[in-house]
Design a protein around this ligand. Structure first.
Ligand code: DQA
Length: 152
């Protein structure tokens, strides 16, 4: 059965392209998601995408992507934006679903302000991709495909 990956984007990522372009670049979220969807499709993987500025919506999307959820997925690429750094609710949602999650960032958060060096979610994620601009999403999809298709 073909794999399905859900990409979840959190607060302020809807503003990509105009938001602090010197930090986040000029690519819009639509452009970034179209590129990652085309890449996934070329691997025979179906990709869905959701963005919300609301923490509860992100929790709901992660829950729905879990086994038995009404939007079940095989893996999740999650750019939680600033919520990465303090959301215990997101951490608990990731821990609650039996679906691998890759924490993903456009920027290298470890080269930025100290408050971005803390992740509330990394410990319950399969891994972290950060610092490659919009290509971070593609790398995270590839990491998930590798994780889901390689016998360990
Ligand atoms: C981000 C990094 C976060 O620290 C920030 O709050 C964001 C974007 C990134 O993709 O680099 O909103 O997740």
């Amino acid at each position: 059965m073909a794999l399905t990956i859900l990409v979840v984007n959190g607060p302020n990522l809807n503003l990509l392209g105009t938001r602090e372009p010197e930090v986040y670049g000029h690519t819009t979220l639509d452009e970034a998601m179209a590129a990652v969807a085309a890449h996934a499709e070329s691997q025979g993987v179906a990709l869905r995408h959701v963005q919300s500025n609301v923490e509860g919506d992100l929790v709901a999307a992660i829950q729905a992507a879990g086994a038995g959820g009404d939007q079940a997925a095989d893996g999740i690429v999650l750019n939680a934006g600033a919520l990465t750094h303090y959301s215990i609710a997101l951490r608990d949602a990731i821990a609650a679903v039996d679906v691998p999650v890759v924490e993903t960032h456009l920027t290298n958060v470890y080269a930025r302000e100290d408050f971005r060096h803390t992740s509330a979610i990394a410990a319950v994620c399969a891994g972290v991709v950060a610092g490659f601009g919009p290509n971070s999403y593609r790398l995270a999809v590839d990491a998930l495909i590798n994780l889901l298709t390689t016998r360990r």
